[in-house]
Design a protein around this ligand. Structure first.
Ligand code: FAD
Length: 455
């Protein structure tokens, strides 16, 4: 297909990467963003918020020549360090292959890297502080309000891609069209970001704890996690219920209550969090939503990234999946001869996979906040890793399939379900083998005791 003009709505992670891809494929790209240009204040030091990028995201970044730039400032996390209420922390590797790790990267630095790469393409025009207010697939146009001035403009294009995030205006417009399936499902838990600052002394200085791990304080119904930053700090995220008693944002509101609660629930974290009370009071509570819709395409308008499939963050896959979407759309536009055919191919490739990772992400919350702290679960993980070491072609744990491979999410989910059965069978066979061995030993001992000798 001859590349034409594409309008990309939203210069977040997915929109910026897509702009790079399509510009290099010969498209004339207009990338329009609601916020002010973040490049203007790149030196302003703000709170560091990070996310985990793994195999899928790295593959997509590599295709844009950006993998090394992103990994330069990334911190590798090889597994989970579990912090119980009392007692020692314990480390659980993500994979039986010790070379595999997920990467903690700064979200704003990643966005800047992608935006810089888009801006460097001669085919890309960038516009900021312009908020999309709607798209019209029948007229192939989108409308924008320039927020500082209140002026509006309409942009037409051969292809319009809504990459405007979980609360997408592009998707909202499509929702009004016929036979557009849509669901949004808010989690009863919210999240709040806190911080562990760098330290000057200690075994991991400037880090207050082991840096090459994702730290988890699993507490059944709730949890806290911490990811390392290159400056030696950790960004902590508290996942608590919105309502109810105990660990909930409704029950605990003040700095004093937060400090008291932390002392009993996350006691080892408190000495590392000197600004806990003020951070707790100042930082907002975020909501977490799963958005599913179908179709993702109407006429020449397509949804991509969180606009098409917002998922809860517990598998660390939202951005990774969005980057995979970008690859899928690029491939479809490269291989098909019309935009219609390309968009049909793109959504055929991606919708089932997005639904699969949405399901797995929800399940992983239970795993992280509750199961990860249990000995029985840790034993199962060890069995999984043992089976993987013994028969790597036949058995790959689900975490490896999702985070360290690029097999489709649908395949990962199906193989993960089969793994559960395989591990249960392995444990049952192991127990039977022990029982049989004990019985044989008992028979031998009995014969020996009765002076009959070996059979
Ligand atoms: C707490 C938390 C932790 C996470 N951790 C991870 C992780 O570890 N790993 C991972 O892979 N993912 C993670 N994610 C998910 C990840 O952040 C998203 O999946 C990813 O940002 C999606 O990229 P996007 O470009 O589709 O959307 P966004 O990054 O949200 O970008 C959307 C862009 O569109 C702009 N915009 C919005 N509305 C308009 C409008 N009307 N007009 C114009 N522009 C508009 C926004 O300003 C923004 O720049 C996490 C999410 C959360 C909430």
């Amino acid at each position: 297909m001859k590349p034409g003009r594409v309008l990309i709505i939203g210069a977040g992670l997915a929109g910026s990467l897509l702009a790079v891809y399509l510009a290099r494929a010969g498209w004339k790209v207009e990338l329009v963003e609601r916020r002010a240009d973040p490049r203007a204040r790149r030196l302003a030091v703000g709170r560091s918020i990070n996310l985990a990028i793994s195999a899928r995201g790295l593959k997509a970044l590599r295709r844009a020549g950006l993998e090394d730039t992103v990994l330069k400032d990334a911190i590798r996390m090889r597994g989970r360090t579990i912090h119980p209420v009392a007692g020692e922390t314990h480390f659980h590797p993500y994979s039986s292959d010790p070379t595999l790790a997920i990467n903690s990267v700064s979200r704003s630095a990643l966005n800047l890297t992608l935006l810089d790469a888009a801006a460097a393409e001669p085919n890309v025009t960038l516009a900021f502080e312009e908020r999309c207010t709607g798209v019209d697939p029948t007229r192939a146009e989108a409308t924008f309000v320039h927020d500082p001035m209140g002026t509006t403009r309409t942009v037409t294009a051969d292809l319009i891609v809504g990459t405007d995030g979980a609360y997408s205006a592009a998707r909202a417009a499509l929702q009004k069209s016929e036979r557009f399936d849509y669901s949004q499902d808010f989690l009863g838990h919210g999240y709040k970001e806190l911080t562990i600052p760098p330290v000057t002394v200690g075994p991991y200085a400037p880090f207050a704890m082991e840096p090459n791990a994702l730290h988890i304080w699993p507490r059944g119904e709730s949890m806290m996690i911490a990811l390392p930053n290159p400056d030696g700090s950790f960004t902590c995220t508290l996942f608590w219920r919105h309502d109810g008693d105990g660990s909930s944002f409704a029950a605990i509101r003040t700095a004093a209550d937060a400090t008291t609660h932390f002392q009993s629930v996350y006691p080892d974290a408190v000495p590392m969090m000197p600004t806990l009370g003020e951070d707790f009071e100042r930082n907002p509570v975020g909501t977490m939503v799963t958005v599913r819709c179908n179709p993702w395409v109407r006429g020449c308008v397509a949804l991509l990234g969180d606009a098409a499939h917002a998922i809860v963050p517990f598998y660390g896959q939202g951005a990774n999946a969005s980057f995979e979407d970008c690859e899928s759309l690029l491939d479809a536009l490269t291989h098909e001869s019309t935009i219609d055919a390309a968009l049909a191919r793109y959504q055929r490739d991606r919708i089932a996979n997005a639904n699969a990772i949405a399901d797995m992400a929800k399940y992983n919350f239970v795993e992280m906040r509750d199961l990860a702290g249990r000995a029985s679960f840790q034993r199962r993980k060890k069995v999984e890793q043992f089976l993987h070491r013994m028969a790597p072609e036949r058995f790959t744990p689900l975490y490896d399939l999702v985070s360290f491979s690029t097999v489709p999410y649908t395949e990962a989910k199906a193989r993960g379900a089969a793994n559960v059965r395989a591990v249960s069978t392995a444990i049952t066979l192991f127990v039977i083998a022990i029982i049989v061995a004990v019985m044989i030993l008992a028979v031998l001992l009995a014969r020996f005791a009765l002076g009959l000798g070996a059979p």
